[in-house]
Design a protein around this ligand. Structure first.
Ligand SMILES: O=C(O)CCC(=O)C(=O)O
Length: 318
């Protein structure tokens, strides 16, 4: 059955299990040291998100999604079978898999993801969009150094977070992610391109930033993830191996982020949100609200306050 899964603001498959009690939730909580590391360095890597079976299920869904003839391909906000500007390399990149495939949809409510995101953002977590980044063997293209927020200025204020999840083991030789530690404290930089010339960003850095530009390779096993701040400079080198390098990315923001544009949609194909209005409704579900965890008197309701309920979609006016 094919339908737009953005109509469901709760999990629709049995791929993941969701905590039922407060104690169940606690096991996903990041430590104070992990949170401090994120705020100092602008990233946090090495958390296990998916088991082998879940990785396999998402790979299977991905193998259908990459086909431009998929019956729901029109639901992608953006879809590039090859976004590379270098004709010798390939970078598959698409936004919107959550609307089409149940596993990628349900991943948004993954307890490890929402708990960590809420701690790193310091509040309730609202969905922005997802992304798929795939580099085929031998000629997988680069993702050039960039800050995510350069591409997201149509939403404000900056309270955004990215989670990169490996669907293959990612090593230096097949194009793993790299971060520039500390660059989340730098100002906003202009867009210098997402593909093609890896080092185009160098043209907009000052001498101090160039001196501090020390890439950190983030090698991860399949199913592990890394979070980064929306100003953290990141990129990935080509895949020159015989192995694939596939990844899915979830982008979220703290609830309350508003539209900064009134004349165009914040994402291709979604209705225009008036300037100044908080994002919400069908395309921007609230994924997790930590407030119940901080209300000492609500103990009986605490236990299942964040268990994704099988309820109809949130009202458009939320
Ligand atoms: O997967 C990649 O290589 C790049 C991902 C990326 O740019 C991102 O997660 O923001």
């Amino acid at each position: 059955m094919y339908e737009d899964l953005s109509n469901y603001h709760h999990p629709v498959s049995g791929l993941f299990t969701y905590p039922k009690t407060k104690a169940d939730w606690e096991r996903y909580r990041l430590s104070d040291e992990q949170i401090a590391f994120f705020h100092e360095q602008g990233y946090l890597s090495g958390l296990r998100m998916l088991d082998d079976e879940q990785v396999e299920a998402l790979r299977n869904e991905l193998s259908e999604l990459v086909d431009p003839k998929h019956p729901l391909n029109h639901l992608f906000y953006e879809f590039y079978t090859n976004e590379s500007t270098d004709p010798g390399t390939v970078l598959f990149h698409a936004l919107g898999a959550w609307r089409i495939a149940a596993g990628f949809h349900d991943l948004l409510w993954h307890p490890q993801f929402v708990m960590a995101a809420s701690q790193l953002l310091g509040g309730a977590v609202r969905f922005w969009h997802d992304q798929l980044f795939c580099k085929p063997p031998r000629h997988g293209g680069v993702v050039s150094w960039h800050q995510d927020y350069s591409y997201w200025r149509r939403t404000t204020p900056l309270a955004h977070l990215t989670c990169w999840i490996g669907l293959d083991e990612a090593r230096k030789d097949n194009g793993c992610m790299h971060y520039i530690p500390g660059s989340h404290l730098w100002p906003d930089l202009p867009i210098t391109g997402l593909t093609g010339n890896m080092d185009a960003i160098q043209t907009v850095l000052n001498d101090e930033q160039r001196a501090a530009f020390k890439p950190m390779a983030i090698e991860l096993k399949a199913g592990e993830c890394a979070f980064h701040h929306a100003r953290t400079i990141h990129g990935s080198y080509p895949n020159q191996t015989e192995r694939q390098r596939r990844a899915t990315v979830i982008n979220v923001f703290r609830d309350g982020v508003r539209s900064a544009v009134g004349h165009e949609p914040v994402l291709a194909g979604v209705p225009v949100i008036p300037k100044g209005q908080p994002l919400g409704g069908q395309f921007f579900p609230l994924l997790f609200d930590p407030a119940p965890f901080h209300r000492p008197r609500a103990r009986t309701r605490l236990s299942c306050a964040n268990t994704p309920a099988r309820t109809p979609i949130e009202s458009a006016g939320e």
